[in-house]
Design a protein around this ligand. Structure first.
Ligand SMILES: Nc1nc2c(ncn2[C@@H]2O[C@H](COP(=O)(O)OP(=O)(O)OP(=O)(O)O)[C@@H](O)[C@H]2O)c(=O)[nH]1
Ligand SMILES: [Mg+2]
Length: 441
């Protein structure tokens, strides 16, 4: 990030046409620049904190550009804790002209995430809260937006906060044993430290769920598989409520993976219809089956479809044997024939019967329980992972290990967890985080 003494400016709204676009300035010179490029209708307007004014935007040479609204938020009561001014112009070209005027009058175009970076530097947001801002903006569906908003409000995770407190108590315990060697038995303390390390480690493991974090940021992968002609493409279309995949009664119709996004109870899913699984002499179909296999490996949930009319064939049995806990096995074509047994749920892609219940099973498999403490960001999971390694050293320390060594590991664990909120994080890590932001945030 460049000089933090500069006054920065950017368009904070998405590019393109829109009713309104917001040009935002932050820094010492912001109110002065605003006064030169915005003429309020009421010439005596004082630009009091948070009060919106109607007026005209002018370019750097005082030429009238457009009607607009403008507002000032004075330090420290602003997003960045600096003086912030916003000009609400019409969307499209006009916002760009207003930004150019601000730059000509002395503002510098903001880098990616620079407003939020300043909020972080000025102590308004911890690093994990700043990351939550990004999580909200780029959320894959309502569910992850809601959870990122909670992270913005409460910090990365209440669970991490508790682990940090427990680690601090552990450090105090070791310190006390070192200070009063005659009164406190070192081996008893070592045992207590080990058992506490075990408890904290268990809690951290619960909070670190990479699959959950990935699903929150990218959405979940749901793959429909089965042998040819069982109705995979028909099910795909039924789940999407439109004809995305080609359906025909010729086995081997789908030869490539066909994906589409849907939202299920606020969570974004990528649904993938695949080529039917069978041995084939056709080279293209064989390639299709290879692709299916890859998609199956990366799936969060697999719907393995069987044909109720044909019953479970030898080929189905092989597929069922390969199923793991991610699989939902279901009969299709319930309208033609009742399911041969009640081991698996049954649907009809044709009539829609059972589809709602199938979706609920998918939801259950994704196990988005109400555990709000789980970490959302892979960076946070990496930090917690380093704490876990340090705790393992304590737990596995041989009998008679000096408490000093345990202290070093406890301190490393504490430091690793502190990095989640930005304590002792290197500048390059911070830069990397804010560079993933968009300009104007
Ligand atoms: N009656 C009935 N027919 C269905 C149902 N689902 C699919 N079919 C029919 O079964 C045939 C195969 O359907 P597809 O959806 O193309 O099957 P698929 O599994 O995608 O087949 P491949 O792409 O070849 O692997 C078509 O003639 C569909 O109309 C259903 O629920 N009921
Ligand atoms: Mg198909």
């Amino acid at each position: 990030m460049r000089n933090k003494g500069d006054t920065i400016a950017a368009i904070a709204t998405p590019p393109g046409e829109g009713g309104i676009a917001i040009v935002r300035l932050s820094g010492e010179k912001a109110p002065g620049i605003l006064k030169r490029m915005f003429a309020p209708k009421n010439p005596g307007a004082q630009f009091t904190h948070g009060q919106m004014h109607y007026g005209t935007i002018l370019d750097a040479h005082g030429q009238r550009l457009d009607e607009a609204m403008a507002v000032c938020f004075y330090a420290p009561r602003s997003y960045t804790r600096e003086d912030v001014c916003e000009i609400h112009t019409h969307g499209g070209v006009m916002s760009r002209l207003a930004l150019e005027a601000a730059v000509e009058l002395g503002a510098r175009p903001a880098d990616r995430g620079e407003f939020t970076y300043r909020a972080f530097l000025n102590g308004r947001l911890s690093l994990s809260r700043a990351e939550a801002v990004m999580g909200i903006i780029g959320a894959a569906g309502e569910e992850s937006a809601r959870r990122s908003a909670r992270q913005l409000h409460f910090g990365a995770s209440a669970g991490i906060g508790k682990c940090r407190s427990r680690l601090k108590e552990m450090v105090a315990l070791i310190d006390a044993a070192a200070d009063f060697p005659d009164e406190i038995d070192e081996s008893v303390t070592a045992q207590r430290v080990k058992s506490e390390a075990g408890e904290i480690l268990k809690e951290l493991k619960r909070l670190c769920d990479r699959r959950y974090a990935r699903m929150m940021s990218d959405g979940a992968q749901v793959v429909i598989a089965g042998r040819p002609n069982v109705g995979k493409s028909s099910l795909m279309n039924a789940l999407l409520s439109f004809e995305r995949s080609i359906v025909s009664d010729i086995p081997g119709t789908t030869r490539d993976a066909v994906s589409e996004s849907v939202t299920l109870d606020g969570l974004r899913l990528t649904l993938t219809d695949t080529a039917g699984l069978r041995k084939s002499d056709d080279q293209i179909e064989r390639l299709g089956v290879e692709i299916t296999q890859k998609r199956l490996d990366g799936a969060d949930v697999v719907i393995l479809l069987l044909d109720a009319e044909k019953g479970v064939t030898q080929q189905d049995r092989a597929l069922i044997e390969g199923a793991d806990e991610r699989y939902i096995i279901a009969y299709n074509k319930l309208d033609l024939k009742d399911a041969p047994d009640d081991r698996y749920p049954a649907v009809s892609a044709k009539t829609g019967e059972g589809i709602e219940a199938l979706l609920q099973l998918v939801r259950k498999k994704l196990s988005l329980d109400e555990d709000d403490e789980k970490l959302l960001s892979l960076r946070h999971i990496d930090c917690a992972g380093r704490a876990i390694e340090a705790l393992k050293n304590i737990i596995n320390a041989p009998e008679g290990t000096y408490l000093d060594l345990m202290l070093t590991d406890a301190m490393s664990a504490l430091e690793a967890l502190g990095e989640i909120d930005g304590l002792n994080v290197s500048q390059s890590v911070i830069d990397q985080i804010f560079e993933s932001f968009c300009v104007g945030k």
